[in-house]
Design a protein around this ligand. Structure first.
Ligand code: IFM
Length: 437
């Protein structure tokens, strides 16, 4: 493995709803994912995240796993419904107390706390008032950011406002496979705009009570055109604008791209300036490239997503393409030039069907190969001039993978959900050795 610069941030990521469990503790209110998971047929294995990895109670054990891993940073998310059970009003002290203890434990273990404010668990009360379709949710989000930063802002080392707003818009509001389960197709654009507006307002709120840098974590996927007709090219451009540019162009001051669904009537005077408030770090979440061709006649979409041939695949059936990460980083650098802040890869990882062997060991060579390839891809992009300063593995623990329930394991640490026993996999030792070197 080629050397990385001193100070490069090595970390692992998780999110509140996927690991915490204890959904009724601390006076936490219900979130859209509690509601969604209780609806028949929404989650493939019929599970809920009511217990998940029980991290809310086992955070000290999980902090010890982080310390053993030797990472310099841990990216977690704060559950908005723990801080404001109905998404508005004063802070719930018991909810903040939990994150206060977590942050102090991380610092004592020599691990920088990196906090994401919204990783999809919107308070249900806000959804009942329209959720992200309602412009007011952006203002509520800034209020929540303010309350959280007032308590943790002296110790969190990097703030991330939103996680993957594109996925929350498209799966949650476009095709309805994620909470809140709306099927609006391109009429979901207000969800994009109000999340971005909320981000911009939250940046200002965070700056008011914390001197730590601020970021957003976007999901990106290099698009591969399948087919060579003009229609295939148009479909590829449309998908690229939607997935890769809809959230980044306005953040970096370019306004909205010509992407399907963009509706200027939703955008008020001054919004684009709020959204383009300077950020310190662009978080890049990368898993795989996407194959696109022209849609069948009569399709409601201007593109069709198709499987890409010639790649090894993860248990999610996602193609393993480390070179896509290098390509993506170079592309961001080329496209945004001086407007691009430093980049941290805030998620990179893979699901495999890991299980303990007869001795209780969990060997996951495919994950090691996956991570090795992606870390090398980052280093190559850096050598070509892209300012990357960190890399976070998704995820520390096997966890509740949204609509896939417990069927997809992404962790460096295996979790037996029946006993909550944690078993570091061989990839944990591999990553530990890498970060030590
Ligand atoms: O588990 C998710 C995470 O919550 C957001 N990014 C992608 C991961 C794997 O699907």
């Amino acid at each position: 493995m080629p050397a990385f610069p001193a100070g490069f941030r090595w970390g692992v990521s998780t999110s509140a709803y996927q690991i915490e469990g204890a959904t009724a503790a601390d006076g936490r209110g219900p979130s859209i994912w509690d509601t969604f998971a209780q609806e028949a047929g929404r989650i493939v294995d019929g599970s809920t995240a009511d217990e998940a990895c029980d991290h809310r109670h086992r955070y000290a054990e999980d902090t010890a796993l982080l310390a053993g891993l030797g990472v310099s940073a841990y990216r977690f998310s704060v559950a908005w419904p723990r801080i404001q059970p109905t998404g508005a009003g004063p802070a719930n002290a018991a909810g903040l107390d939990f994150y206060d203890r977590l942050v102090d434990g991380l610092l004592a273990a020599g691990v920088d706390p990196v906090a994401t404010l919204f990783h999809w668990d919107l308070p249900q009360a806000l959804e009942d008032a329209g959720g992200w379709l309602n412009r007011d949710t952006a203002a509520r989000f800034a209020e929540y950011a303010d309350l959280t930063a007032a308590r943790l802002g002296d110790r969190v080392k990097l703030w991330i406002t939103l996680n993957e707003p594109f996925i929350h818009m498209s799966l949650g509001h476009g095709i309805g496979t994620h909470a809140p389960g709306r099927m609006l197709l391109f009429d979901a654009f207000p969800v994009a705009h109000h999340q971005l507006l909320g981000h911009g307002l939250a940046v200002a709120a965070l700056r008011a009570s914390s001197t730590s840098p601020v970021a957003i974590a976007n999901n990106y996927s290099p698009v591969r055109q399948v087919g060579d007709t003009d229609a295939d090219r148009a479909a590829t451009e449309a998908y690229d604008a939607l997935h890769n540019r809809l959230f980044t162009d306005p953040l970096l001051g370019l306004g909205y791209p010509d992407a399907p669904g963009v509706d200027p009537a939703v955008v008020r005077d001054g919004d684009l300036a709020v959204i383009a408030a300077p950020i310190d770090v662009l978080g890049v979440n990368y898993y795989n490239p996407t194959g696109i061709r022209a849609p069948e006649e009569g399709s409601p979409l201007p593109f069709e997503i198709v499987p890409l041939d010639g790649y090894a695949r993860t248990a999610f059936d996602w193609p393993v393409a480390p070179d896509g990460l290098r390509e993506l980083l170079l592309h961001l650098h080329r496209r945004y030039g001086d407007a691009l802040p430093e980049i941290q890869v805030t998620e990179s990882g893979c699901a495999y069907d890991d299980a303990p062997d007869a001795q209780g060991r969990v060997d996951d060579p495919e994950r090691i190969a996956y991570l090795d390839g992606h870390v090398r891809a980052v280093r190559e992009a850096m050598a070509e001039g892209v300012p990357v300063t960190g890399y976070f593995v998704w995820s520390l623990l096997d966890n509740w993978e949204w609509a896939e329930g417990f069927t997809k394991r992404f962790g460096l640490v295996h979790v037996d959900y029946a006993t909550q026993r944690r078993t570091p996999k061989s990839s944990y030792a591999w990553f530990r050795d890498l970060t030590r070197r």
